[in-house]
Design a protein around this ligand. Sequence first.
Ligand code: ADP
Ligand code: MG
Length: 246
Amino acid sequence: MSDVHINIVSKFYPAIERAGQHLAISDLKLTLKSNEFICLLGPSGCGKTTLLNIVAGLDNDYEGEIFAGLKSVLPKIGYIFQNPRLLPWRTVRENIDLVLGAQSSTAVVDSLLEVMQLTHFQHVYPERLSLGMSRRVAIIRAFAVDPDILLMDEPFVSLDAPTARQVRELLLTLWSERPHTVLFVTHDLREAIVLADRLIFLSAAPMSFISEIKVPIARAERHNESAIEAFRWQLLNDYPLIKTLL
Ligand code: ADP
Ligand code: MG
């Protein structure tokens, strides 16, 4: 897979009533390395969802460019929203097959269901799933299309802590078996440290890059809560500014 280049010179939202137009993003440049897991952190309302929608190609009203590898190639996207957006009249398996269309491979879907521990629920309708299971289906659906970049917009916020931990662990298992480039938005510094190779801190509106930090904890140690907590304290201590961003 290729690196993904994001260069947003400016993103304005139109004026509402007498307020002038709103500059949401200004001069934001990011390069996502192939198969890198990046967590974006920034204050509520700073423009993170706006950025993901631009990268996803859902919003073309901006100045700048997004491309994977060669300049002319738009990245193929998998998008996991806060709400899993499953079609209620389709089973789990049908919800996954739908995004694959003609490319649907029974073996690939079988193995994704197995890793996410949903094999026994594949013929169930979404209303019978718990919140955590619905998130797991949304993750499978996004991985199934084998995207250049997986976008995840605070996907675990509505889950209780033990369920969020379980889904995070399953996500990491899947990601280590099938590495992909991930852009994951979260408010939760601890979650970001568990998941990311690199943390990117973003400013309040107009959103722009502040700084980035590589997470030095080995993947095998990411379940070690005291290592995660120690690094979180170190970050908050070394960079007090972070407290104002979360
Ligand atoms: P975040 O995801 O970081 O919380 P958003 O990207 O949702 O932030 O929003 C960034 C800013 O852009 C906010 O001030 C928000 O009010 C504004 N905004 C978002 N969507 C629209 C829209 N469709 N029209 C006008 N302003 C918007
Ligand atoms: Mg948002």
